[in-house]
Design a protein around this ligand. Structure first.
Ligand SMILES: NC(=O)c1ccc[n+]([C@@H]2O[C@H](COP(=O)([O-])OP(=O)(O)OC[C@H]3O[C@@H](n4cnc5c(N)ncnc54)[C@H](O)[C@@H]3O)[C@@H](O)[C@H]2O)c1
Length: 269
């Protein structure tokens, strides 16, 4: 039977977990999910940071949980709190990740040949192993308890090589690090693996691949980046919320193992 459009994206009665929820985009996803009626557990290393993006949200359907996604025990304890407070989760958004900021350690953003092993390890741990562990612990629970939707967040740099010319203007030699691209590429095939593995358990797994988000970057960066985007600009931080609600809800009930790319056209040319 055809579902009413108002019901299609409705998440009332659903329980969602968002990792990295205190960051720029995680906070947006929390707001969007609450707005669609879900109860939301915000997992982050620093969920209660008073200067963070969750501090303004007041809702009895929001639970802040301190979780380190590279620590299986920490994820397990977080999951127990969610089950105790709201019940079994049916939505998992693997959003937490790290990247090298412009002021990162010189070696970390220097030439590939001297890229530090330690930087490789920590970024692979958070961006890829952390996603794997959350899928294992939380997705595994979803597979046993009625299914749901897992959304793994990747980046245009997970499907394309970074165009290092964007960064050439910087005084300090700056390369977008190899590990960000490799870890985000790995997330996309982890999605495919789990989509087939859990298909019969009712857990859908999809990747949402994002283009760059405006966050007061300097003018030259914006000029260089925007010239590569057919729509001519970076995303606003709320422009992925529609895709999150689509992937989280029954609106995407026939979709699994896919990679939804939203990048203003960046990957078209
Ligand atoms: N912002 C962009 O331009 C952009 C573009 C493409 C893809 N993405 C992806 O979107 C996601 C969110 O990006 P963002 O810009 O909001 O990042 P952000 O840096 O603002 O937020 C990341 C959050 O993850 C948390 N975190 C880091 N390590 C953690 C750990 N071990 N355990 C738990 N939490 C941890 C941090 O505390 C932070 O709150 C990332 O996966 C990123 O790769 C972002």
């Amino acid at each position: 039977m055809t579902q009413g459009i108002d019901k299609l994206f409705n998440l009332s009665g659903k329980v969602a977990i968002v990792t990295g929820a205190a960051g720029q985009l995680g906070g947006e996803y929390v707001r969007a999910l609450l707005g669609a009626g879900a109860s939301v557990a915000a997992f982050d290393l620093h969920p209660g940071n008073p200067k963070g993006r969750l501090s303004e949200i007041v809702s009895d359907r929001l639970l802040l949980v301190q979780v380190n996604i590279i620590d299986r025990e920490s994820i397990g304890k977080g999951l127990e709190k969610v089950i105790y407070t709201f019940g079994d989760p049916g939505i998992l958004i693997n959003n937490a990740a790290i990247d090298a900021p412009p002021d990162a350690d010189e070696q970390e953003t220097g030439p590939f040949e001297s890229y530090p092993e330690a930087s490789w390890s920590i970024m692979m741990d958070v961006n890829l192993k952390g996603t794997f562990l959350c899928c294992q612990v939380i997705g595994g629970h979803m597979a046993k308890s009625g299914g749901g939707s897992v959304i793994n967040i990747s980046s245009i740099y997970g499907i394309l090589s970074p165009d290092q010319r964007i960064y050439e203007y910087r005084e300090k030699l700056f390369f977008k690090p190899v590990t960000y691209a490799v870890s985000k590429g790995g997330v996309i095939n982890l999605t495919r693996y789990l989509a087939t593995y859990w298909a019969k358990s009712g857990v859908r797994v999809n990747t949402l691949t994002l283009g760059g988000v405006f966050n007061n970057q300097d003018e030259t960066f914006l000029k260089n980046y925007n010239s590569k985007v057919p729509l001519g600009r970076m995303a606003r931080q709320d422009e992925y919320n529609g895709a999150i609600l689509f992937l989280a809800s029954d609106a995407s009930s026939y979709m699994t193992g896919s990679n939804l790319i939203i990048d203003g056209g960046f990957s078209c040319w």
